[in-house]
Design a protein around this ligand. Structure first.
Ligand code: SF4
Length: 321
């Protein structure tokens, strides 16, 4: 069976007065049914833009300028907007936006807000039926269904995030994109939310794209990891393999810059800053920060090298020349 999602050479640019920001620049990924792909990288590397692009919700002045997003065989890039809205967005692919729990409407009950999400897409559903489904969804995410009548301010941060997850799953999507779903939550609640997502994904056989800067957190939940740097994927492979044996110098530094239970205890920081995506460095975009940079790295962009089946690294160190 072909993968649920195949992204080929996707490019998303922002056209600002100060230049063209190449936020996603030739990204290719695949996600199978029921699989979790992690997108990791520092903030500003393009991972959230990639998430928005998959729903064709890139905010202006951004737009998709090239590539394909094949979802269950249909190219979402060229699909008419009304078909995308009716058949795909939220129904088959939904997204948990970063900070969405703080965007819940403060003057409406959470039941009403979940019910509305259902009724917008399912025209034949009555308000009463939608509220019943909202209560079921709350139960599914571990909240007492009686809470349908609660207002957001009556809930803790963790509960609000559970409501946001319930809304994203309301239409039983095949793929959920979760953008930093545990940001601003304390460590214990973070673990609870990650466990909830893991359980729901398994129960519903849904595919997920989990976006985060925290590679260790991602390795816990994901089947595959794609590491992004400056708009490009630099390493891609099974999550346990990438986590235990990172090959790209950026992945190695990224992993050493976060506390890990296993592995070296000493933390390092990644020298320098990510590049300005209006004027990225020539050759390998990581070369100004890379401790192993060679002449070729400053001149030519490294190809994506297949190290073994399903394991790729874009780095000249692994090229057979
Ligand atoms: Fe470093 Fe060169 Fe590899 Fe880029 S291609 S990560 S600069 S060694």
């Amino acid at each position: 069976m072909p993968p649920l999602l195949v992204v080929q050479n996707l490019r998303v640019y922002y056209y600002s007065l100060r230049g063209i920001v190449k936020a996603v620049d030739g990204v290719s990924i695949e996600v199978d049914r029921g699989e979790t792909l992690a997108l990791a990288g520092e903030s500003g590397c393009g991972k959230s833009t990639l998430g928005f692009a998959l729903l064709r919700l890139v905010p202006p002045p951004g737009r998709i300028v090239g590539g394909r997003i094949l979802f269950d065989g249909t190219d979402l890039v060229t699909l008419p907007e009304d078909v995308l809205r009716r058949e795909y967005r939220w129904k088959r692919i939904s997204m948990i936006f970063q900070g969405a729990m703080n965007a819940l409407n403060p003057v409406r009950t959470i039941g009403d807000q979940i019910a509305e999400a259902i009724m917008i897409h399912e025209k034949n559903v009555t308000k009463r039926e939608a509220l019943e489904r909202a209560a079921e969804l709350l139960k599914m995410v571990g909240i007492d269904p009686k809470r349908v009548k609660s207002y957001p301010h009556e809930l803790s941060g963790g509960m609000k995030q559970r409501v946001v997850i319930a809304m994203a799953l309301a239409l039983n999507p095949d793929l959920v994109i979760a953008d930093e779903p545990t940001t601003a939550l304390d460590v214990v609640v973070q673990a609870q939310i990650m466990n909830l997502l893991k359980t729901l994904k398994k129960e519903r056989n849904m595919a997920m794209i989990m976006i985060s800067h925290d590679l260790a957190l991602l390795a816990e939940i994901a089947d595959k990891i794609a590491v992004m740097y400056a708009g490009k994927i630099v390493e891609y492979g099974p999550s346990d393999v990438v986590y235990e044996n990172p090959m790209h110098p950026y992945t190695q530094l990224l992993l050493r810059s976060i506390p890990r239970l296993r592995g070296p205890k000493e933390l390092v920081w990644i020298p320098g800053q990510p590049p300005d995506l209006r004027t990225p460095p020539p050759g390998c975009r990581f070369h100004p920060r890379c401790p192993f940079a060679m002449d070729v790295c400053r001149r030519e962009e490294p190809p994506m090298i297949e190290i073994e089946p399903n394991r790729y690294v874009a780095c000249w160190m692994y090229a057979k020349r």
